[in-house]
Each structure stands twice: as structure tokens, then as C-alpha cells.
Design a protein around this ligand. Sequence first.
Ligand code: PLP
Length: 364
Amino acid sequence: MTYPYLSIDLDKIEHNARTIVGFCGKHGIEVAGVTKLACGHPEVAQAMLRGGVTMIADSRLENILRLRQAGIAAPMMLLRLPPLSGVEEVVASVAISLNSEFAVLEGLSHAARKHGTRHEVILMVDLGDLREGVWPDELNPLVEQALRLPGINIVGLGANMACLAGVVPTEKTMLRLVSLADGLESQLDTKLKWISGINSSGLELIASGKMPKKINHARIGEAILLGRETVHRNPWPDTHQDAFILHAEVLELKTKPSVSVGERSQDAFGERPVLEDRGTILRALVNVGREDVDQRGIKPIDPGLQVLGASSGYLVLDASASAGKIKVGEELSFFLNYGALLRAMTSEYVKKRPWHESHSTRSA
Ligand SMILES: *Cc1c(COP(=O)(O)O)cnc(C)c1O
């Protein structure tokens, strides 16, 4: 079966990475390419590395192991807090992880000693987005305890924004991070290697010229993979938004009413969709569903198509404006947003087809 599949334009990803790395570099910020949205796909990571990221970051150890197995030697960073039950694997697989719990730091320290290494740690502070991180006034006591752990090196301070609560990084929050980093440096009596302030939501702040100089590290996923900053989801200058395209096949094409016939209750997902009366329309059924994608986050490339809804295995479109243009058995293609791409990458039913646009022109 050919469909559904995701085409992945590796040259566009490389180009986006080069743009973001160049932009951040001009402001003294080094970029870790975040591959979690691409489920740690090795060719995607390689495209990011060709584009100049110096480090690959992912939230899952499985992805990091896959990247290593594919022969990628770049430094790797674990983004999601390590589980206490998995400290041995973490130490064995990555050199650096983001942390906020003393018990876990202790576990990492033990594990690192056993492996005869030291594990590098970036401590995370919560600057208001309310996901991971110690509350700022708990940083000092945590470090006080962590300093006694022989197997870890505290190499940085980080914060994550705009992920759970949608709190945006501002000059004020970044200055707060800087002042916490200053405090941490005097507590440790050494300079920190990384002040890892931002993800794709921080690009506008950098562009505004208000990013404090001390912030020297960014963990960037969406802006490289989908070409968007994430405060307003605006396309970022000189990046592509269509490196990933979803393709599916038309299974049924019929003229039917737009409003259902008969008494209505819930749909398959316990919801009660509101059906807009558009009269009689041409309905296209396509072989991609909620098991493969979040239908709310896809946009048909053909402007004559409109998504009406989806069940686990079907996507239903109003194809009236494209009548005569599409046929059963033909391919339809879609742009994806973050949520839709995340699900499509994760679905084992969606095949992944990385390719090079410029393959024929690329010199060896
Ligand atoms: C996912 C993630 C990122 C990357 O976020 P983007 O918005 O995709 O750039 C950065 N840091 C952490 C801790 C993350 O979990």
C-alpha cells in the first residue's frame, strides 16, 4: 500500500536549519536541533546537522538510541526530564540532560560513577509556563544539595516557554533567567557553559534585539522543521513551511447531502459535530484518519478542497470546488501543523519518505 505517506524534503530542512543557525549565531546563540517532532528520524537529524546545528536534542531515549544506531556521532541532549527508573540508560546513552529533581540527579550521579563518567546536567527553572523546572526560589537549595554529587557536572541553566501554558519569552523573563544564572555561577564559583533560554518561541525576541547577551543556547524544533516561530506561528523569513507533506488516496467520491439524514447522537469519538448546511456537495473520502493525523491541523494543498471531518480511518472532504479535477484512486496532498505532523510521524500506518529535492544537481 502506497498511502498514506509523508514526504520529507531533506533539503528544505537543511535550508531551514542553516537559516536558523545563521540567525541565532549572529546573536551569539548556539542551536541544538530538536528532532522529537520527527520521532528522531535519522535523515532529518542529518539534514539539521548539515544545516549547521551543533547538537541534536530529543525528548525520548528511544529516538536518541535510533540516531546513534544510524551512526550519528553529534552530541546529543535529552530534553525530557530523565525518569528515576531510567538513570542508567540515560547515562549510558547521552552526555547531557535537562533536570529538576534532586532524587534523579542523585541517581544520575550514582549511575555515572558506575560507568566511570560524569553526566552533564542543565538545571531547568520554571519561569511561568508551568511545565518542567524548579521554581526560581528553590534553585539555590537544589544546587546546594547537587554540589555534593560526584558523578554530575552542572553545565547550564535552562528554561522552557510556550509549551504548556503558552507563556512567551520576553526580555523580562530572559533577564530573570540571566540573573538566576549569575547567582548560580557565583554559587558554583564557575562559569556555566550553557544558558539555554529558548525554543522556537524565542526567535522574535532575538530579532527584536532584546535578547540578553548571556543567553547562548537555543533548542529549536518547529522553526527548523516547519519554518515557524511559535509565538504567533508566523512563517520565519527565508524558511520553508512545507518540508513535510501528507499524501493520501481518494477512496470514494460521491455527491451527497452536507447534512446527515436521520436521528443524531454522538460520533465515534463521543463528540457531536455541527454540520453546516451547504446543500448537496461532492464528498471525497480519503484513506487517512485520526489514527494517522490530527485532522484539525491539516490543510489541503488544493484550495478547492475543504476538510469536513475524520474518523479513525477516513478523512472526509468537501470537493465540490474541485469537481472534475479529482478522481477515485488519485492522490491528495496536505500541509500539516505541529500537532498534525506529530501524530503523522508517530503513526506506524503513515509511511515516511525522505527525499532530496536537489539530488540530481548536488555535487558529491
Ligand atoms: C520540544 C522542546 C523544545 C523544542 O521546541 P520547539 O518549539 O519545537 O522549538 C525545546 N526544549 C524543550 C525542553 C522541549 O521539550
